[in-house]
Design a protein around this ligand. Sequence first.
Ligand SMILES: C[C@@](CO)(OP(=O)(O)O)[C@H](O)COP(=O)(O)OP(=O)(O)OC[C@H]1O[C@@H](n2ccc(N)nc2=O)[C@H](O)[C@@H]1O
Ligand SMILES: Nc1ncnc2c1ncn2[C@@H]1O[C@H](COP(=O)(O)OP(=O)(O)O)[C@@H](O)[C@H]1O
Length: 317
Amino acid sequence: MIQPAAATPTGPTGTVTVRVPAKVNVQLSVGGLRPDGFHGLANVFLAVGLYDSISATRADAPLLTVSGPDAAQVPQDRTNLAARAAELLAERHGLAPDVHLHIAKDIPVAGGMAGGSADAAGALLACDRLWGLNTPREELLALCAELGSDVPFSFAGGAALGQGRGERLTPLEVGGAFHWVFAVADGGLSTPDVYRECDRLREAAGTGSSAADVPEPVASEALLAALRAGEAQALAATLHNDLQPAALSLRPSLAETLETGLAAGALAALVSGSGPTCAFLTADADSASRTAHTLTASGTCRTARATTGPAPGATVV
Ligand SMILES: C[C@@](CO)(OP(=O)(O)O)[C@H](O)COP(=O)(O)OP(=O)(O)OC[C@H]1O[C@@H](n2ccc(N)nc2=O)[C@H](O)[C@@H]1O
Ligand SMILES: Nc1ncnc2c1ncn2[C@@H]1O[C@H](COP(=O)(O)OP(=O)(O)O)[C@@H](O)[C@H]1O
């Protein structure tokens, strides 16, 4: 069921609303395929200022509604990561997951910006507060990791190095705001498909794709220093995404999007995570606005959005 944002319910017991940011991976270094089906990562996350809002209201039975231009692409059943988060929290506390979750969706769907993870993190925090559980932060982060590799970072926000499958976080210092443009594509890419294509390309290149073949990924010291200093030029020189060749292989038209943003004056361009959203780091707000305008007018993407990062993590509003 899809309802407009204005229909977000309020009840006698009140509604808890949580805002959660999207992310871009400023470094995504992918190790070999592990026996558990995941890849070891050095995943440097930066939260950016595109947000979903998740509202939780007491209800007689579980209910999920979604609003926003891309609501039709979001699953509205129990497979929705927000519904799974509410179920997980309820199960751990012996409660019934009787809650109306409403997602006001602004993060591109299946775009490599962790929108589903954001909704899971938001639903977890919103239900925790609605049900008066006040679960300690470390326990909420552990539940996040059960829901998905990116969910702990969506909860935490800011900037962090994600190791393991991306769920083991070390917070990172960031010395200033970075100006970004995100070119949103028509249609998404499946994250497992992109990892599989990465493995296929490695096999085709003869390097192998297992954990025994691929060196353990490590965070770049130069990139971490650029983040600490808040220097856009230095960060631009160190941006890296091992999934980019796979995303381009599955969606060759992204090459034109990346070139268009660079020609418009962006300092650097890369695919965001598993894509197909393309991320452009720019020198300042004016350059971001010009780059976004050029990208939108070019027809090489559906739309382009300018924003900054780091952004705060899941926050009750
Ligand atoms: C690629 C990244 C980069 O941050 O995000 P997106 O760009 O898709 O948002 C993440 O690694 C996505 O994390 P997330 O979307 O939470 O993945 P999960 O639900 O945990 O896993 C979905 C599937 O992706 C693959 N997967 C995920 C994480 C990982 N370290 N190795 C993997 O191979 C596996 O095939 C897994 O079954
Ligand atoms: N709350 C949600 N919002 C978006 N997608 C969701 C959600 N819950 C489950 N999904 C599923 O997860 C897939 C990946 O969506 P998303 O998290 O937006 O992308 P990505 O993994 O590329 O960052 C979607 O195609 C959809 O089937």
